[in-house]
Write a protein that binds this ligand. Structure first.
Ligand SMILES: [Zn+2]
Length: 218
């Protein structure tokens, strides 16, 4: 039987680490790919590399500094504040990021003859990122298949989960403590529970509290 291989788009954060555990449970061979686009914190790349090593997953770090030349955002520029305004994408939005990342991931996947591509995008906690929507992913999946004449399957295990449910999924995968302690989500580059103040920490920690409360109520 042909081995099913999967590529996980992996940042070292809570969501993509949960996806990595999810993929490891389902596929014979899993490869992680991380994009270096001049993140504020190099620590993010180190953190991703550490996790991949820990989980015995081959890891590619691809240079996407081009993205920052095209479209600087608060994720890459230390002179831009992280702000959120109603009705507008937050300043952390990088135009076209998932389009580019998933396209490059697909090119890499085909080299490995890996049909499956996993991304931790999520529409539930939709923070105004158009390329996190399910309709975009489905559309891109068709485009990728046509562009390379190959039947990729883009998996989005977190698409309809809220942050509490993402914690629950990590727990089901036996990865709750690992994800809690070893991943980096914080915009200020602090691992685990983070700075507690930035929008990423607030989202992560609220979800964690909700999940823990739900678990204790059982
Ligand atoms: Zn933070």
């Amino acid at each position: 039987m042909k081995k099913e291989k999967a590529i996980v788009v992996f940042s070292g954060g809570q969501d993509s680490t949960t996806c990595l555990f999810w993929a490891k449970e389902r596929f014979d061979e899993v490869i992680a790919v991380t994009f270096d686009y001049g993140q504020r914190h190099r620590l993010e790349l180190d953190c991703a590399a550490e996790i991949a090593k820990d989980l015995h997953v081959p890891h590619h770090i691809l240079d996407m500094s081009l993205l920052n030349q095209l479209a600087p955002s608060a994720l890459t520029r230390t002179d831009m504040a992280i702000t959120e305004k109603d009705g507008e994408p937050p300043s952390t939005f990088v135009e076209g990021r998932n389009l580019l990342f998933l396209s490059f991931a697909a090119v890499l996947a085909k080299q490995y003859d890996a049909r499956h591509i996993i991304t931790g995008v999520c529409e539930t906690d939709f923070s105004g990122y158009p390329d996190c929507r399910d309709v975009f992913i489905k559309s891109l999946n068709v485009t990728l298949n046509l562009s390379m004449d190959y039947s990729f399957v883009v998996h989005t295990p977190l698409m309809w989960l809220d942050k509490a449910e993402t914690w629950e999924l990590a727990d089901e995968l036996g990865a709750f403590d690992y994800v809690k302690e070893r991943t980096l989500t914080c915009y200020n580059g602090i691992k685990g529970s983070g700075c507690g103040e930035c929008p990423a920490c607030k989202l992560r920690n609220n979800g964690l509290e909700q999940y823990v409360a739900k678990k204790e109520a059982r």
